[in-house]
Design a binder for this molecule. Structure first.
Ligand SMILES: CC(C)(COP(=O)(O)OP(=O)(O)OC[C@H]1O[C@@H](n2cnc3c(N)ncnc32)[C@H](O)[C@@H]1OP(=O)(O)O)[C@@H](O)C(=O)NCCC(=O)NCCS
Length: 197
């Protein structure tokens, strides 16, 4: 799906000039450092704890298999954000992609998340996905606001669905987006090439 977009890309944000590039095996150590510096509460939306080396190497294998595309936001050689598009080619939902995104605490609120989510969204459109989903703990106000601004709408609430390291349970909200409708609307407006490759 990435053949249709070219990387690296340089993006200007309030956090400065960032490089967006595809994550590969060579980034394993840098991404582990990034993940370890994040509050564990911010990782609860993920199916596995990415601050553990085993989980990270499984993630890299999924990238190499082509089931996952991860974009890194890099500032001065340091990973400050990661946006991932996940698909399961063996499921009944090959038309659906899940976006997972996380940004370093020290650059939050400076547009990095917005730029990463837009780029990940564009990847999903290029890949011909029809629906996108995203999930987070209900207290992640910034994440909910960010995805709502992209047109995502709440579809489900999973009560007490994840348990943090202290044993406390948290609710998860699932937001969805009908991407196929966006593509159809763009064509209706005469903008089939609106997503630049
Ligand atoms: C969600 C997250 C990636 C956003 O990253 P970010 O770089 O801070 O986001 P941005 O600065 O681009 O802000 C994007 C939008 O989020 C909203 N937002 C940002 N900070 C906010 C805050 N503290 N409270 C409420 N809304 C906020 C705003 O709508 C903002 O858009 P605007 O600047 O046009 O108003 C980041 O908060 C994060 O890593 N959270 C923990 C992980 C997580 O829960 N991820 C969600 C699962 S996909």
């Amino acid at each position: 799906m990435t053949e249709t977009r070219s990387y690296p890309r340089h993006i200007n944000t309030d956090a400065g000039d960032l490089e967006f590039r595809l994550m590969s095996r060579a980034d394993e150590a840098a991404v582990l450092d990034f993940a370890k510096a994040l509050p564990t509460h911010d990782l609860l939306f993920l199916p596995r704890n990415i601050s553990q080396p085993k989980v990270l190497s499984a993630w890299v294998k999924e990238i190499e298999r082509g089931d996952i595309v991860s974009l890194l936001a890099v500032k001065d050689g340091k990973v400050v954000g990661c946006g991932t598009l996940v698909r399961d080619p063996h499921s009944w939902s090959t038309h659906v992609g899940e976006i997972r995104m996380v940004v370093s605490q020290d650059v939050r609120g400076q547009g990095v998340g917005k730029a990463l989510s837009q780029e990940t969204f564009a990847l999903a459109l290029c890949a011909g996905l029809e629906k996108l989903s995203v999930q987070m703990t209900v207290d992640q106000q910034a994440a909910i606001a960010l995805f709502e601004s992209l047109g995502f709408k709440a579809e489900a609430l999973l009560r007490d669905h994840v348990r943090d390291v202290a044993g406390k349970k948290h609710d998860i909200v699932v937001l969805g987006h009908n991407v196929a409708q966006v593509a159809a609307q763009m064509e209706a407006y005469g903008l089939p090439g609106a997503v630049q490759h």
